[in-house]
Design a binder for this molecule. Structure first.
Ligand SMILES: Nc1ncnc2c1ncn2[C@@H]1O[C@H](COP(=O)(O)OP(=O)(O)O)[C@@H](O)[C@H]1O
Ligand SMILES: [Mg+2]
Length: 275
């Protein structure tokens, strides 16, 4: 067992340049030589990365470099795309996420996702948050009320909506809708939260609220966030992964990536030479 852990550790160190040394227990998601194809087109190329437990990792890189494709694989969202296939390994806590007997519904309970555009259901605020919980079973009303309140408190929305839980979620502002979507994801107690440019449709004030929220949620959740905004990556994340043309060019502590990148491409990107 120890040798296996050691072997894995060595493998990470070989593959992930500048990766901080940790035991494999500190990793929640691990990709090994992981590639994603759309038909013949290889959108993600032989990626090796490990997402640290309770930490925020941002995924940055120019448009079309495979950020969303990679992120969506973590909860198997790409299954819905015809012609999309993967090679290599993507693991969550030692479980092969592409094993043919993997329970995808269960996976999506453990790995919540928030998208670029807030996408609340055309239902009440309460029903949006309760949705995933009700899919799992029929908890007693008081228990469900508790889950809804806790989730809304965690997403920083409770005080704004507690008097109108039965109103339509579509009446909320964009920023509130995005926090509602986060509450909806939190309600089913995920371990991992994926966020694909969660602030790109929001104004600066709502963006700041989401960034604060990410800081509050880190520690408890392992978070991967795709962002176009390098200041945002620098502000919210512990680790940063820079993708370019499907390749993970550099991965490491955010402070190092932004102050002392090892790769010239990373440097060019973070200094705004291309985008
Ligand atoms: N459903 C799809 N079918 C075919 N090609 C796709 C699909 N989604 C994305 N791609 C292609 O894969 C590459 C990576 O896309 P994507 O992961 O969306 O990039 P990013 O999120 O970094 O902007 C792009 O060249 C894009 O055109
Ligand atoms: Mg994208």
């Amino acid at each position: 067992m120890t040798t296996l852990v050691q072997e894995r550790k060595n493998k990470h160190i070989q593959n992930v340049q500048n990766s901080p040394v940790m035991t494999s227990a500190d990793y929640v998601i691990t990709a090994r030589d992981f590639s994603v194809y759309y038909g013949e087109y290889k959108a993600v190329k032989d990626v090796n990365i490990a997402l640290n437990r309770g930490k925020v990792t941002s995924i940055i890189g120019p448009s079309g470099c495979g950020k969303s494709t990679f992120l969506r694989c973590i909860n198997r969202m790409n299954d819905l795309v015809p012609g999309c296939r993967t090679t290599g390994k993507l693991m969550m806590e030692g479980i092969d996420l592409y094993h043919k007997r993997l329970d995808v519904v269960e996976l999506r309970r453990k790995v919540g996702m928030v998208f670029q555009r807030p996408n609340p259901f055309p239902k009440s605020i309460y029903d949006n948050v309760a949705y995933g919980v009700r899919l799992k079973g029929r908890p007693p009303q008081t228990q469900l009320d508790g889950i809804v309140e806790t989730s809304l408190r965690r997403s920083g929305l409770w005080d704004e909506v507690k008097d109108r839980l039965k109103s339509s979620a579509l009446g909320l502002s964009g920023g509130q809708q995005q926090r509602l979507c986060i509450a909806r994801a939190l309600a089913i107690n995920p371990e991992v939260l994926l966020m694909d440019e969660p602030c790109s449709a929001l104004d600066p004030k709502s963006t700041a609220r989401i960034e604060d929220l990410i800081a509050e949620l880190s520690g408890e959740y392992t978070i991967a966030i795709v962002t176009h905004n390098m200041q945002q990556a620098a502000r919210v994340s512990d680790y940063t992964a820079f993708f370019y043309e499907g390749v993970l060019v550099e991965f490491g502590e955010t402070s190092k990536i932004f102050t002392n990148p090892k790769n010239e491409k990373t440097n060019d990107y973070i200094t705004g030479r291309f985008g």
